[in-house]
Design a protein around this ligand. Structure first.
Ligand SMILES: Cc1cc2nc3c(=O)[nH]c(=O)nc-3n(C[C@H](O)[C@H](O)[C@H](O)COP(=O)(O)OP(=O)(O)OC[C@H]3O[C@@H](n4cnc5c(N)ncnc54)[C@H](O)[C@@H]3O)c2cc1C
Length: 395
């Protein structure tokens, strides 16, 4: 098939979690959809590789969880270190799976659902007229009735598609894979918000077979004082005592590489003429935790569902598709705002120390934290003035 010779119902640009799930949703609805990816697949993505409950629930609802679980590494808790180095264990069911494998699995699921796929071809621009949308590539335009942009945290395509509000990312983070000593336990995820690296954060996540994803990041949104990321990573590995002891004798397996994150459901217009956006293009990654795979997939599914309805009703104009922006606001704004507030609390170290102290003494407070991670509650039920006062009074 020459993709330049036909008119697709939709073309999805970018085959990360958002794009693959958007394409899968459209294909399952019987639409003629093309999933376009600039890298050859499988392609790696710089990430912490952690799947928290929102990702797991979404994969389950799409019937993909068993496949993911079969190859992922399970963890029973997240150990969170506060500024004074104390920690708490937030129990739950978490998975880690290299993005190399997760994204390939989602890409294949879209293809098996009937999406046409084209990899190794980059979009370079976007045009529309009264009849069609055209995604421009080196080999010529790809024509469709509409497009979904899901090109992730780098902002270049936002400007080319005419939807950019902000080019600067919300955060940057880097990671490498290490083989750690055999006595380093592989039963939990570790995240540090410890003094030597604040306002940055660090993590060590087990991947199985003594392989670990080790990384550090810093939110630009959290203030003006940004450390150099590689220095931050070195500080994390040497000055946070538990991380330093886990990293003793560590063998570097892959290069240390960084990538931007776009958070807080901001930074781009989510729709336009014959166009919807999904995933990190619209800032679908959470502030505070930097978790983004789950909401990338959720917004990918939502964009797919909106595209399906638009194609069926003929409502692909910018005015008609603006209802997608409204739905994003209604469904997600409150949640993202709570994560932004929680991130600001990272600047107030005594509060985080106090909360850790309390969580270790109160089963009620610990269960609130578990509810936050599973999205049954918002983080501000703990990280806000009112939340703090309330939880300190709990038995
Ligand atoms: C260091 C780091 C650690 C992180 N850790 C976690 C974590 O542990 N858990 C978590 O949930 N989230 C984590 N995140 C966030 C997570 O990686 C993102 O939220 C998620 O990848 C967003 O998915 P997406 O589909 O929107 O974009 P992406 O996964 O970035 O996918 C976008 C795709 O578009 C393709 N593309 C780009 N430009 C073009 C073009 N011009 N033409 C065609 N294709 C194009 C790209 O090649 C890519 O495949 C982390 C991020 C970073 C940087």
């Amino acid at each position: 098939m020459d993709v330049h010779d036909k008119l697709f119902d939709a073309v999805v640009v970018g085959a990360g979690p958002a794009g693959s799930i958007a394409a899968l949703t459209l294909a399952r609805a019987g639409k003629d959809v093309l999933l376009l990816e600039k890298h050859e697949t499988p392609r790696d993505k710089i990430c912490g590789d952690a799947l928290i409950p929102d990702s797991i629930a979404l994969l389950d609802s799409l019937g993909l969880l068993d496949q993911v679980r079969a190859v992922a590494h399970p963890s029973a808790a997240i150990r969170v270190y506060s500024p004074n180095g104390r920690h708490m264990d937030v129990r739950g069911n978490y998975l880690t799976l290299r993005r190399l494998h997760l994204d390939k699995l989602l890409f294949d699921a879209a293809r098996q659902s009937g999406a046409a796929v084209l990899h190794g071809v980059a979009a370079r621009g976007f045009e529309t007229d009264e009849n069609e949308a055209r995604v421009l590539t080196k080999a010529g335009p790809i024509r469709a009735r509409m497009a979904i942009l899901a090109t992730g945290g780098a902002s270049k395509m936002l400007a080319k598609f005419g939807v950019e509000h902000r080019s600067q990312p919300s955060a940057v983070a880097l990671r490498a894979y290490y083989r750690l000593r055999e006595d380093v336990p592989e039963d939990r995820l570790h995240i540090w918000y410890e003094k030597p690296i604040l306002p940055g954060y660090g993590w060590i996540f087990p991947m199985g077979d003594h392989l670990f994803n080790v990384g550090a990041g810093v939110f630009y949104d959290s203030g003006d004082d940004h450390p150099n990321l590689r220095d931050l990573f070195a500080q994390f590995c040497s000055e946070c005592p538990v991380a330093a002891s886990m990293m003793e004798g560590a063998e570097l397996v892959t290069e240390l590489k960084g990538a931007p994150l776009r958070s807080a459901l901001a930074g781009a217009k989510a729709s336009g003429e014959r166009l919807l956006l999904a995933g990190e293009t619209i800032g679908s990654t959470y502030s505070f935790s930097g978790e983004g795979i789950g909401k990338a997939m959720e917004t990918g599914r939502l964009a797919g569902e909106f595209a399906q309805r638009a194609l069926e009703s003929g409502g692909t104009s910018a005015e008609a598709l603006a209802s997608y922006d409204v739905e994003l606001e209604t469904r997600f704004r409150d949640k993202f705002r709570h994560y932004e507030i929680a991130q600001k609390w990272l600047g107030w170290e005594p509060a985080i120390n106090l909360m850790t102290w309390k969580a270790n003494r109160s089963e009620r407070v610990m269960s609130i934290l578990e509810d936050v991670v599973t999205e049954r509650r918002n983080p501000t039920e703990i990280l806000s003035l009112w939340g703090m006062a309330k939880t300190l009074l709990l038995p």
